[in-house]
Design a protein around this ligand. Structure first.
Ligand code: GLN
Length: 451
């Protein structure tokens, strides 16, 4: 813990932490030492980790990197962070992120952008770490935490993990409790681990997952020992390769990486099966209707009365208006406008309802594919990390980052990104393995062989 705290001092330039909690960390580390001496440690005891700012941590800044939650210190602990502390993990601080987790580059944070610890060969520019869990991945890749929590609504664990050479696991929707997670899109949000190895992801996942009566969408199922799933043996495993993921504009090096992944799996004794997920091309537009619709509803609670920021006005309505105008950044305002539009009386049927129907078709595509295969292998993102600022003026280009990650999110399926190679400029690239609902074990086993 002490070494990580000094690394955090040296690494401030990356802007990966919004708040550091050194006193708390040292105190937690002392307690972990006692526990280790007493002989009742778990895999997470004494492990210094970074906590995404989206998780409510009792008495500690929890603002989802938004100005509207300015100064908010919750009275309670989120279930996922509580599970980790119960196992003896140590909190180093709260990590930077896109505001309310809306973004793919960590550039929408009220607290400023995060820099990727990696930089392209011969380059002086800084690169984005990916988003929205950009602070979490920069902290781990920059050796300022052994692991970190992330949340994934449409790719926010997997894409930043791919951009920084890390492992990121989004579990099945319902595997982790969402209680105490600041909501973005409730039918999609899931917590998961960001780590340096698949083994670490397995250990941390076991600690984070639990059935929780306080989240009605959490599912009552025993949490397996995920580490036991890492047998190194994938002989006979059927790996699906969906032809629809071979998209126009996908970089040549991404195609090469994918072929390399296929070759590795084959060499390890897996069987490669060509499959079709015919509605893949509708996943991105569907996501960008469903997620903003839910966000506009979730974000209605920020009115200057109950939490954080209040900006006075000459009437109650004026106060609401001023608070929301000043408290939300431009990307969040864009999502609220899209969301309220697609939910409004005249447009609900044309947009929101249609999107929900397509979401069902996407789910059915996967159900059908899993009649033939055990897991699906794809690239995690269509490119490597890009320079800071490059896509900020072009929301569509930014949203395109999520093409390979949103289908699994819409279907609620577990998916992992593992580091699998480097781009021409020597930036990290990731491969994604998507599994069947609640079969994180097979996803981890396959990821372990690939890493
Ligand atoms: N980039 C996607 C978005 O902006 C996904 C974000 C996330 O998974 N939280 O909505």
């Amino acid at each position: 813990t002490e070494q990580h705290l000094s690394a955090m001092e040296a690494g401030k330039e990356l802007n990966s932490y919004i708040v550091e909690t050194p006193d708390l960390a040292l105190d937690m580390a002392d307690k972990a030492d006692e526990r280790i001496k007493a002989g009742n440690a778990t895999g997470m005891t004494g492990i210094p980790i970074a906590m995404k700012d989206l998780f409510c941590t009792k008495g500690v800044h929890s603002c989802s990197a938004s100005h509207i939650l300015n100064g908010f210190k919750p009275e309670y602990e989120s279930t996922v962070s509580g599970n980790l502390w119960q196992d003896g993990a140590v909190m180093l601080g709260k990590t930077n992120m896109d505001e309310f987790a809306m973004g793919s580059s960590n550039e929408t944070s009220y607290y400023g952008p995060v820099k990727n610890p990696w930089r392209a060969e011969g380059e002086t520019k800084d690169y984005v770490p990916g988003g929205s869990s950009g602070g979490s991945v920069a902290a781990v890749a920059g050796h300022m935490a052994i692991a970190a929590t992330g949340t994934d609504t449409g790719g926010s664990i997997r894409q930043p993990a791919a951009f920084t050479g890390l492992v990121g696991l989004k579990p099945t929707y319902g595997r982790c409790s969402r209680w105490g997670m600041i909501a973005f899109a409730s039918s999609l949000d899931q917590a998961g681990p960001i780590t340096k190895t698949v083994q670490d992801a397995a250990i941390m996942m076991e600690s984070m997952a639990s059935y929780d009566i306080k989240d009605s969408t959490s599912v009552e199922r025993t949490v397996p020992n995920y580490e036991h799933a890492l047998t190194g043996d994938i002989r006979g495993m059927k790996i699906g390769i969906p032809k629809e993921y071979r998209m126009d504009g996908m970089g040549e090096e991404i195609e090469k990486l994918w072929q390399q992944g296929i070759a590795w799996m084959k060499a390890a004794g897996a069987e490669i099966v060509d499959i079709s997920l015919p509605h893949t091309k509708y996943a991105l537009p569907t996501y960008y209707i469903v997620a903003p619709a839910e966000a506009s509803s979730n974000l209605a609670r920020y009115d200057g009365v109950k939490y954080g920021l209040r900006v006075d006005g000459d009437s109650l309505d004026g106060m609401y208006k001023n608070t929301r105008a000043e408290g939300f950044g431009p990307e969040v305002q864009r999502r609220i406008m899209i969301g309220t539009y697609v939910l409004s009386a005249g447009y609900y049927d044309a947009y929101y309802l249609k999107a929900q129907k397509i979401r069902t078709l996407i789910v059915q595509d996967f159900v059908k594919a899993y009649e033939k295969v055990d897991v699906i292998l794809t690239p995690t993102a269509p490119s490597a990390a890009f320079p800071l600022g490059e896509k900020m003026d072009d929301p569509i280009a930014m949203y395109l980052n999520d093409v390979f990650t949103v289908p699994a999110s819409l279907a609620g399926l577990p998916a992992i990104s593992v580091p699998a190679g480097l781009s021409k400029e020597a930036m990290p690239l990731g491969l994604q393995i998507i599994g069947q609902a609640f079969d994180e074990e097979t996803v981890l086993r396959a990821g372990h062989v690939l890493e």
